[in-house]
Design a protein around this ligand. Structure first.
Ligand code: 2HG
Ligand code: ZN
Length: 465
């Protein structure tokens, strides 16, 4: 526990009333969307300026206090959970858009800017911020950078990393670094910006980010296609990839669709029962493109890969089709799912999924398994639902036992144990399935450079030693 005198000193470093220790704040700010670890922070501090963040980090070094960064707390790997008396640094008051350059197509954001705020701002300028996911209404830019967030448009636009033109970070020693300064071309040695993207706050805190924007897409149109089995999805992807510039290619299983339809607020795409569904999106910029999409759909039906399908004809229909996929994570959260966020190269997906499915069938015969994800990126979300009668601890323990087999397959396919949610605490014990001992040693050496006292989000990415 932190000494009273140290906390008093912390209070002098920020605006009045911006150190919170009441039970409700500790509970709210101490966790993210994972339900594995009970939150137990010592205090929450809410800086308003870069200088205040630097002062907090210097204070933490002097008092050997661990800091946990906190954004929208929508993480799914416990990367922003404070379970061991840490001080949470929350960026709610650093939430301004500081600048825009139409020529460079860049926006300067404080870390607490909400993703949707950035998307809306881009739209107001006639431009587009393309990184998007279901939690964009709460997640913050700093957190997106910390986890290199992916989402539903990666097939076309890539991950958050692609859109970071410059970063200001406060390192674990309290130094302020300005990285890449918005440049398009910069060949001056190590690009430290990229080390901080996806570092989960273990090297330092992002205090300002210059984000790139793109041109706005034209007439986005979605199709939902039902397939008889999983094996049919990949030829469908291949067929459409060859003909259209896809902005998304997602999938979900019949079990996922059933959970969505049971909500009662999302219309069914069609009534033919199918085992799997693909949701694809493209820019129907001309009539020719829409005709090409329909011809490709008919080809897929003729091949037996697709049983039924629907194409959006309006903005409302587009939104409704996306709800089938975007509402999944929140809808099944009611059943306290055990989550996996695994990836392989796209060509390996069918064989990989078959191997994983065999393990899951053999070891989880009594659990409901819901598959969905960003199949066009080779990223599968394997969600195992907790039976109502089972305790959370018993359920997570039984899932953790099977993880070994799942991750052995991931390793065999040269895949990733975390495609887009980050390692945090939930995946730290499995890092070795995706990274070699030599790589992990290099990663730890890098951490020691930026955070010699080990105060920046300790216990995340790496298991405590
Ligand atoms: C998604 O793709 C999110 O919907 C959440 O990454 C994934 O709930 C999940 O497992
Ligand atoms: Zn996802």
């Amino acid at each position: 526990m932190i000494q009273r005198a140290s906390l008093d000193e912390l209070m002098t470093l920020v605006d009045p009333g911006k150190v919170l220790t009441d039970a409700a704040s500790l509970e709210a700010y101490g966790k993210d969307w994972t339900k594995h670890y009970p939150p137990a922070p010592s205090a929450i501090v809410l800086p308003r300026t870069v200088e205040q963040v630097q002062a907090i980090v210097r204070w933490a070094n002097a008092h050997k206090v661990a800091l946990v960064p906190s954004g929208g707390r929508t993480g799914l790997s416990a990367g922003a959970v404070a379970a061991k008396g840490e001080v949470v640094v929350a960026f709610d008051y650093m939430n301004q858009i500081l600048g825009f350059d139409a020529f460079d197509r860049t926006v300067v954001c404080q870390p607490g800017v909400i993703t949707r705020q950035l998307q809306a701002y881009a739209e107001e300028q006639g431009l587009y911020y393309p990184v998007d996911f279901a939690s964009s209404g709460s997640s913050q830019v700093g957190g997106n950078i910390g986890t290199n967030a992916g989402g539903i448009k990666v097939i076309r636009y890539g991950m958050t990393r692609n859109w970071v033109a410059g970063l200001k970070v406060v390192t674990g020693t309290g130094e302020l670094l300005e990285l890449n300064k918005g440049l398009v071309k910069n060949a001056t040695g190590y690009d430290l910006r990229h080390l901080f993207i996806g570092a989960e706050g273990t090297l330092g805190f992002v205090v300002e980010a210059t984000m790139r924007l793109d041109r706005a897409p034209r007439n986005l149109t979605a199709m939902v296609l039902g397939t008889p089995d999983f094996d049919s999805i990949m030829p469908v992807l291949h067929a459409f990839h060859g003909k259209l510039d896809l902005t998304a290619f997602e999938f979900f299983s019949d079990k996922g669709l059933a959970r969505i339809l049971a909500r009662g607020d999302v219309p069914a795409p069609f009534h033919t029962p199918c085992s799997f569904y693909a949701l694809l999106e493209f820019e129907a910029s001309t009539e020719q493109v829409a005709d090409e999409a329909l011809a490709t759909f008919e080809h897929c039906v003729a091949q037996g890969w697709v049983l039924d399908g629907v194409m959006s004809q309006s903005e409302t229909q587009l939104k409704n089709l996306w709800k089938l996929r975007e509402y999944l994570s929140e809808t099944i959260s009611h059943w306290t799912p055990y989550k996996n966020d695994i990836s392989v190269t796209v060509s390996k997906v069918p064989a990989f999924l078959r191997d994983i499915d065999a393990v899951v069938q053999a070891h989880y015969p009594d659990y409901e398994v819901v598959w969905y994800g960003h199949i066009g990126d080779g990223n599968l979300h394997l969600n195992i639902l907790k039976p109502e009668h089972m305790s959370k601890d018993a359920f997570f323990a039984s899932c953790a036992r099977v993880n070994k087999w799942v991750f052995e397959i991931v390793e065999r396919y040269n895949g990733s144990i975390s495609a887009e949610h980050g390692v945090g605490m939930t995946k730290r014990d499995y890092l070795g399935y995706s990274r070699s001992p030599e790589e992990i040693a290099c990663m730890k050496a890098i951490k020691a450079v930026f955070d010699p006292n080990g105060i920046m989000n300790p216990g995340k990415i790496f298991a405590p030693e």
